[in-house]
Design a protein around this ligand. Sequence first.
Ligand code: CMC
Length: 430
Amino acid sequence: MSDSATLHYQGKDLVFPVITGTENESAMDISLLRKSTGLVTMDYGYQNTGSTRSKITFVDGANGILRYRGYNIEDLAANAMFPETAWLLIYGELPSADQLQKFRQMLTENALIHENLLNFFREMPPSAHPMGILSSIVNALGLFTPRFYDDENKAEAFNFTVANLISKVRTVAAFSYKASIGEPFVYPDAEKSYCANFLNMMFSSKAKPYNVDPLMVQALNTLLIVHADHEQNCSTSTVRMVGSSQASLYASVCAGICALWGPLHGGANQAALETLMQVQQSGMSVKTVMERAKDKNDPFKLSGFGHRVYKSYDPRAKVLKGLVHTFFNKGSLNDPLMEIASELEEAALKDDYFIERKLYPNVDFYSGILYHAMGIPTNMLTVMFAIGRLPGWIAHWKEMHDDPESKINRPRQIYTGHTERPWIKLADRV
Ligand code: CMC
């Protein structure tokens, strides 16, 4: 394989090195392009742009492969717990028993949020979207924990921030739900595991104690693991972008949550579920849904299908589809939307439009059904994605900060506006 690429420009041959990753992916290194030619590259949506070297997550979109730090997503989903997956992503190796125990302890110790922050939930309109609440409070958490900025021991401060964020984000998510339905908050329980604690804070109330169902805990654990990282996606690139200015981890994660919210990214799980509900309620046929999804004049999109990187079945969707079937077969989850989803998938996989464009179900197609069947409200689905994605954001923020080659992210542009023109006085304007 060639280890350089030649560009012929203005009568000159310019040679650029080709760098190759451990899975043989190659990139032409154009770091010196502007210096040697005055050119910049133009790449809308960064479809051909590599922004960094990374050791965290490998995605092979053609073959449907996803690995965190070398471990297959299928193995992690079947065997790991979410806190140990978070540790793996952030620190690079599976934790030892001692490391995991200490990490769990830190998660327990940092689960509570400052009482002053509770007013924030109470003052928000009940209709406020939980993603807006989550991003605002995550930013505010940084203000309540100045230790990160002051501590001279950076490693210790970072470890504290990791546990603080991963633990508190779950409390914030559950509290935002309780606030939205006007129920008192249920505080974290030090005796419960990460996932059981979340379910308890969501569904327990004075009027009706909640018996944590181990199958629900298992489903939530798997859901969080499959969402935990996905290399340089929109929200992770946002976290890196904001962090590249040396903004704090809290501020960077807050920006990541906002980026995740959009319907083309994490917000697709809410949109996908709403589509299934719309089909159920309106009686729209699967055929009509498919026709509308293909019609370029119709703004309707089949959310939960298609992916920038996966041009085969998303392995996360495969894990979740298996999980949905396991749970439905055991009778612990029941949801008529599952049937509609199966019909839609079957129709899409046979449809020429979807085949030609290699559009397969993505992670958001089945996660929505699973969360819905677990009783998680529709507007909380993207919040669930954020809880899962948090370790990935932190891992990327850390990797960027530890990389001596990283620089503030600052793309160039090709200006296409007016050239210089004279000022026009207000009275002379038409
Ligand atoms: N329904 C109908 N047509 C679609 C869909 C869809 N869900 N997704 C892509 N297409 C068409 C698109 O119109 C285009 O057609 P044409 O070539 O005729 O112009 C072609 O497929 C290529 O799509 P694209 O939008 O140019 O591809 P992209 O890489 O820029 O966008 C995507 C990827 C995920 C934004 C897009 O597939 C999409 O909008 N999907 C629905 C939203 C969704 O499910 N997002 C969640 C992605 S997975 C979670 C995450 O990691 O964010």
